[in-house]
Write a protein that binds this ligand. Sequence first.
Ligand SMILES: [Zn+2]
Ligand SMILES: [Zn+2]
Length: 287
Amino acid sequence: MEKILFDMHTHSSYSPDAEDSAEAMCEKAAELGLEVYALTDHCDCNFWYPTEHYFTDKQDVTDAMMYGAGEYAENSIAEQVRLKEKFAGRLDLRVGVELGQPLQYPEGAEKMAADPRLDFIIGSHHMNSGCDDFYYLDYSKMSAEQLDKLLTDCFLQMLDMCKWGKFDVLGHLTYPLRYICGEHNVSVDILKYEELIRSIFKTLISNGKGIEVNTSGLRQKYGQTFPTFELVKLYRELGGEIITFGSDAHRTSDLGKGITDGVELAKSAGFGYAAVFKKHQAEFIKI
Ligand SMILES: [Zn+2]
Ligand SMILES: [Zn+2]
């Protein structure tokens, strides 16, 4: 197997849905011999404060464990700074965060995005405003119109996030498909949203931002990357040059998984270089 060069999207137990400690993740990344590695724990901005902060009308949000995201992210970053020192010479750790729904709590997002310790920020959209995470929704009970509205809103809100732009790459563009297509077997014609996706790509490109190829779908029921080849190719055709690769591992055993396949996919789509980030500056590695 070809050597895995990097993994720019991974979670440690500072993310409520991940298993292994940040130190264990770094140990595994060093064992795999990654040239560049990023920890990107969750900071879902709409859950910035602990549960007690929220009024009862928000208590129906199922994902209660995610509350206190600002604190988790802060603790993760502090630990990453320590680990960067500890692993110096063995692992090139880039200090990262996955900033979810920044526009659902802009004050928190601005604060996080300005943290001088960060090398790399993934901007992600896990839930539409006022809705639960796409993970929790029951697609079997949705009409085609409801599903269409959900996805249209998703890409519109993602576009707004890209216009805001205080991140380095857009995370898993087609995240909802992990659940809609993968877990619930509901098919989606993603090209129906091509115009919106083009606007997202053009906005990213003109702001000097990138996208990621998130390889988690390859080891899940969905069976493909987020986004798939056709959209990676579209991004390239529109002039996209900045592309990162991440396994979205939530445990040491998934670290680096699918990266070599993601790289092959990007090469077929016309990419010659992968991006990694240091203090928000893209560095390019030949692929
Ligand atoms: Zn995510
Ligand atoms: Zn993630």
